[in-house]
Every structure is written in C-alpha cells, then in structure tokens.
Ligand binder design. Sequence first.
Ligand SMILES: Nc1ncnc2c1ncn2[C@@H]1O[C@H](COP(=O)(O)OP(=O)(O)OP(=O)(O)O)[C@@H](O)[C@H]1O
Ligand SMILES: [Mg+2]
Length: 390
Amino acid sequence: MHYYFFRHFKMSLFKQIGRGLNREMTLVDEMGKLFPAIDVFAMSIEYLVNDMMLIVEQRVTAQLRPEEIHWVIAVPAIWSDPAKQLMKEVASKAGIKKEQLTIALEPEAASMYCRHVPVDTAVDADDVTIAQFPEGTKYMILDAGGGTIDITVHEVQDENTLREVVAANGGGWGGIMVDKAFEDFLKELAGKDVFEQFKVQETEDWLCLQREFEVKKREIRINSARRILMHLPASFVELCEKERKLCFTDIIALTRYAELVEIKRDKIKISKIVFFYLFGDPTEKTVMYVKRILNYNETKDIKAILMVGGFSESPLLQHAVKEAFPEEKVLIPSNPSSTVLRGALMFGHNPECITERILKYTYGVNTTMPFKAWRHPIEKKSGHGRWGPM
Ligand SMILES: Nc1ncnc2c1ncn2[C@@H]1O[C@H](COP(=O)(O)OP(=O)(O)OP(=O)(O)O)[C@@H](O)[C@H]1O
Ligand SMILES: [Mg+2]
C-alpha cells in the first residue's frame, strides 16, 4: 500500500527553526520516506478544518458558513517570524483565508485562560490563581507537551496586560520521551533487530501496543499498584521466540528485567519501578531546565509555576516539580492539556487583551534633520548646545 506515516512532526520542524525554514523543507516519515513538510502541515490542518465542519454540521442545527469562522493557530513563543509566516502559508494552502486567521503564541493563550478561569478550577491544592496576582508579579508557564518543554516567564502589567520576560524552548524532553523509553525497553527484551522486524512486519500490532501503553502511561501515579498489567501481542512473543530460539520467559531472564517483568500467556506484568524509570529522564531534565531558567537574574523573583500541556497531567511530573521547588507555588489548571486551546479560543474572541512582548527586533528610522540656521527655528534645535555646529 502506498502511504506515508508521520508522527510528532512539529519536533522535526523545531530542529530546523534555528537554521531558518524554507518552503522546500522535507520531513522523513516512520519508514524513512521523504515528503514536503509544507504539505504535511497543510494536510493536517485541512483535516482538522473538515473534521470540525463535519462535527458542527452534526451537532448544530443552524448552518455554519466557512466565512463565519475565525481560526486561531497557536505556535510556540520562540518561533521566528519566518516560521509564523510559513504557518500562514500552510493555513492558506489548507483553505483558510488570511483575513480569517490569527496566529497566537501558546504561552500567552495559556496565561490568558488561567487568568480568567474561576478560582476553584485554576488551583491545585492552595487557593491561588494568577488572576489575583498584583502588578509586577512574575510567574512561569511550564508547557510540557509531547515533543518539547517550553518555558515562558510573564510579568503582570495591569488587569489585562502581561509582559513576556523570558521565552525559552527546552528541546525534546516531552511526553514522547517516555514512549521512546518504552520502545527501548522492548528493544532490550526482544533484541534490537527483532524489534525492528516486528515494527515493519506487524505494524498494526505495534500501533495497538503503543495505544495501550498510552493508556497505562496516563494512569501511572506514585501510589499505583506494584505491577502494571498490559496486553502483549502474540505476534511479538512468537517473533522473539522464533528468532532467538528461546521461550519468552528465558529471554526475559537474560535481561536486567528478570525480577521486574513477568509474562503470562498474552499478558505482560511490568513492575511499577520500570514505569518510574521510563519517566525518569524527561522528568529529571524538565526539573533541571526549570532550575536553570530560575537562575536567570530576571526570573529569580517568580511567584508561581503554572503547569500546562498534556505531559503536565502526569502525576509523576507534577510530583517531581512540586518536590524540586517547595518554595514556589505550583499551579495546575484542571485541564492542562487543553489550556492552550481554550486560551486561543478566548484570544480569538477578544484579541484586544494583547500582551506586551520583548521584541525580537527593533527597527529605527532617523527622523532628525541636520540643523540649518537659515531654515529652522532655533528653539527646535537639539544636541551640541544652541549655538553648536550647523
Ligand atoms: N495524563 C497524562 N499523563 C501522562 N502523559 C500525558 C497525560 N495526558 C497527556 N499526556 C502526554 O502529553 C503529550 C501531549 O501533550 P500536548 O498535547 O500538550 O502536546 P503538543 O502540544 O502536541 O506537543 P508540543 O507542545 O511538544 O508541540 C503526549 O506525550 C501524551 O502522552
Ligand atoms: Mg504544546
């Protein structure tokens, strides 16, 4: 069958952002095939547009015309102007007219949402929301996504305005690093070559296993049961046994997981220690990154850490952040994964609550003309004294 399969492609763009984006840029799919990046993005947006129209058609009795919709695309704060421009072109390729599109910054959307939600939903344990913060208060938005951990520090200016103090992008330590660690764990059990063979020959089973892992990944917490039970595809076990010429129990016994993993028919029981280990790297790196940003002069006095993004839903990450920063208030809205989306929606309705950003560039033009005594009134003269050179 002729198809391409792209996952986490925003990450591939992230690597290119520093080097400048261009229209000829290509992305590599899961099987190593190349395809123009701009088309992958345009097709994804087009799919979302069509899907939304379909759902609205099913649920809303009144007809919604495409020209009645304003679209907001949220992008990371560190994205350069050419990257935002490229996003506009992509949206236009997907059929969104430019006058019906706004590009918003993800952390601003998150901040906006959290400043407007009612007190009881914006807080985790204590009774604080960022809406109550007085002028001059600085807080950090820790957006832990699938690919990247993005950190932005905002300072409250007045009721409606925020100032961006720091915007940083922490690279790839998001939730998919846990998925990657799970893949490495399976590779260690099966052997690298056998695992690669499984991925290619039994792609459907591999996707099923990934989906099941996603469920378990979301369920795991500090006080979870000692062992986590998962379905292991028969094709995986059979392939391992055939290629390694051993039964699966003996294969496990040869690895460092001998005491931690057990197989029973089509089920695998994994100790929660292994699961904690899978989360280890991304949580530690996230904490270190927050520490690094907190060492900057302009962020020393921050009052709270606001955790948003899907990976921020993880009780393990929440625990790690709270433990590492006991003196900061850690605020977690009740729906971290959709905070940016909800904020972008508010932004679309009220673009006036624009915030002040540190400008990436400033442009100046010379507006002062050299003083000519026979032409210009003396009271308008400035610099070098009133009777200086003409
Ligand atoms: N309850 C949960 N526990 C653990 N991880 C979770 C939970 N809910 C979502 N995730 C993880 O969060 C990630 C997705 O987060 P999000 O939707 O914020 O990413 P994104 O915005 O698409 O990515 P990025 O910001 O890197 O571009 C996935 O890796 C997913 O597995
Ligand atoms: Mg995100």
